[in-house]
Design a protein around this ligand. Structure first.
Ligand code: CMC
Length: 424
C-alpha cells in the first residue's frame, strides 16, 4: 500500500515529513492524519474535493480515462452477467458467486422477501400521492421497530442474512410504495421469480390484468441495476459510512443513504433529466436556448445529467445506457421524442466551448429516465430504482467500514465566527 516516499511540508520554518500512500492502481495520496499533532495545523477541503476519506477494496474509478471496475472487474464485463444479484454478491464478498453460492443467496433473498404483515398496514395510512422515495426512506427504518434485536443483528449476524433481508425487503417496499401511490392493491413477492422479474411483477401485476414478464425488459433492468450498484465514495455512500461509523443500526444507516441519494445533484438527477427534456420539448425543442441558459452564471439552471465530480470524460455507465436505450426503443418499436431531444442536446453541448473546457459530459442519469419510461416506470419511481440498485454498494461499504479500524467520522473546521474580543 505505501512506499518509502515522503511528502515534505515546510511550515512556520519547520520541516514536517508526511507518508505517501499508493493504492493498487497507483493512486497516490499524502497521509495527513498526524499533521495536527505534529504542527497544530489541519487541512481544509470543503466538499472533499481532494480528500480520500478511507481505504477501500470495492470499486475503482479512473475519471480521466472513464474506467469503472467493481472488485477489479470492468463494468463492461459485469453488464454481460445474467443477474444483478451476482453483482450484489460480488460487491459484498469480493468474488462472483459459485453456482452453489448463487442458489444459496437466491434462497436467502426469497426467504426474506416478505414484509411483516403489520408493516404492510403502515402503507395504508400514508398520504395518497406521497413521493415513493420519501415513503422508502421512512419505511426502511420500520424493520428496526418490528425486529427489536436488529441493532445487534445488523452488526453481529451473518452478513449474508442481513444483506439479503435488506436487498429483498427494500424491493418489496419500493413496489408497495408505488402501488400505494397509484391506489392499487399491493402484489406480494413470488419465490419462483428471480430478483428483477419479481420486482416488475410486484409493480405491474394487478387483479384485473396479469403482467406479462418479458425477457428483454428483465435483461435491461438487470443491466441498469448492475450499472448503478456501486460508485465508491459518492455522496450517499459517504453518508452511509459517516452515519454507520457512529454504530447506528444498518436500517437507519441505509435510510440516511436513501435521503442523500434523493437530491437532484445526486440520484434525483434521473427524474430531473426527464423533467428538463419535457420542458425543452414543450418549449419547441430549442436545445441551444437551454445550453445557453446552463452557461449563464446568473441563472441557476444546469443541464441535468451532465457533469460529474470524478469523470472528466464520458461516464462509462452513460455510454452503455445510451446504446442499450437505442436498442430497447428500436426493439419495442417506441419512438420517444425525449430521446431525440436528448440526442440533440448532447450533440450540441459536447461541441460547446463551455462544456468542453470544463469536461462536462453526460453522466449515468442522462439516458436512464428514457429507458425507465419505455419500461412503464413512472418518473417519481426513477430515484427509487437507483436506491434499489445502489443498496448492495452501500452495504458493502458499511461492511468494509465496520470490519475495519474506522473511528467515528468527525471532521474539523476552521472557525470564522465572532470572538469574545469582537463582543467586548
Ligand atoms: N450544467 C452547467 N454547468 C455545469 C454543470 C451542468 N450540469 N455541471 C457543472 N457545471 C459547471 C459549474 O458551473 C462549474 O463552472 P465554473 O467552473 O465556471 O464555476 C464547473 O462546471 C464545475 O462544476 P462544479 O459544480 O464545481 O462540479 P462538482 O464536481 O461540484 O459537481 C455535479 C458535480 C454532478 C453536482 C454537477 O456537475 C451537476 O450539478 N450536474 C447536474 C446534476 C447531475 O446530473 N447530477 C448527477 C450526477 S451523476 C449520478 C450521481 O452522482 O448520482
Amino acid at each position: 500500500m505505501s512506499e518509502n516516499l515522503k511528502a515534505t511540508l515546510n511550515i512556520d520554518g519547520s520541516i514536517v515529513e508526511l507518508p505517501v500512500v499508493v493504492g493498487s492502481e497507483n493512486e497516490k495520496g499524502i497521509d495527513i492524519s498526524t499533521l495536527r499533532s505534529k504542527t497544530g495545523y489541519v487541512t481544509v477541503d470543503p466538499s472533499f474535493m481532494n480528500t480520500a476519506a478511507c481505504y477501500s477494496k470495492i470499486t475503482f474509478i479512473d475519471g480521466e480515462k472513464g474506467i469503472l471496475r467493481y472488485r477489479g472487474i470492468p463494468i463492461e464485463d459485469l453488464v454481460k452477467l445474467e443477474s444483478f444479484t451476482q453483482v450484489a454478491f460480488l460487491l459484498l464478498h469480493g468474488n462472483l458467486p459459485t453456482p452453489q453460492q448463487r442458489v444459496q443467496f437466491s434462497r436467502l433473498l426469497n426467504l426474506n422477501s416478505m414484509l411483516h404483515e403489520d408493516m404492510r398496514h403502515f402503507f395504508d395510512h400514508l398520504p395518497r400521492g406521497a413521493h415513493p422515495m420519501h415513503i422508502l426512506s421512512t419505511m426502511i427504518n420500520a424493520p428496526a421497530i418490528f425486529y427489536p434485536n436488529v441493532d445487534l443483528l445488523s452488526i453481529n449476524e451473518d452478513i449474508d442474512l442481513s444483506s439479503a433481508r435488506l436487498i429483498s425487503t427494500i424491493r418489496t417496499m419500493a413496489a408497495f410504495a408505488y402501488k400505494k401511490n397509484i391506489g392499487e392493491p399491493v402484489v406480494y413477492p413470488r419465490h419462483d421469480l428471480p430478483y428483477c422479474a419479481n420486482f416488475l411483477n410486484m409493480m405491474f401485476d394487478s387483479p384485473v390484468a396479469p403482467y406479462e414478464i418479458k425477457p428483454e425488459i428483465v435483461r435491461i433492468l438487470n443491466i441498469l441495476f448492475i450499472l448503478h450498484a456501486d460508485h465508491e465514495q459518492n455522496c450517499s455512500t459517504t453518508t452511509v459510512r459517516t452515519i454507520g461509523s457512529a454504530q447506528v443500526n444498518l436500517y437507519a444507516t441505509i435510510s440516511a443513504g436513501i435521503s442523500a441519494l434523493s437530491g437532484p445533484l445526486h440520484g434525483g438527477a434521473n427524474q430531473a433529466v426527464v423533467e428538463m427534456l419535457k420542458q425543452i420539448l414543450a418549449d419547441g425543442g430549442n436545445v441551444k436556448k437551454y445550453v445557453e441558459l446552463a452557461k449563464d452564471k446568473n441563472n441557476p439552471f444546469r443541464l441535468m445529467g451532465f457533469g460529474h465530480r470524478v469523470y472528466k470524460t464520458y461516464d462509462p455507465r452513460a455510454k452503455i445506457i445510451r446504446e442499450e436505450c437505442h436498442k430497447l426503443l428500436a426493439h419495442m418499436d417506441i419512438h420517444d421524442p425525449l430521446l431525440d431531444v436528448a440526442r440533440e442536446l448532447e450533440e450540441y453541448a459536447l461541441t460547446d466551448p463551455y462544456f468542453k473546457e470544463r469536461n462536462l459530459y453526460p453522466n449515468v442519469d442522462f439516458y436512464t429516465g428514457i429507458v425507465y419510461r419505455a419500461l412503464g416506470i413512472p418518473e417519481n419511481m426513477f430515484t427509487v430504482m437507483f436506491a434499489l440498485a445502489r443498496l448492495p454498494g452501500w452495504i458493502a461499504h458499511w461492511k468494509e467500514m465496520i470490519g475495519g479500524t474506522t473511528k467515528i467520522v468527525r471532521p474539523r473546521q476552521i472557525y470564522i465566527g465572532q470572538t469574545p474580543a469582537d463582543r467586548a
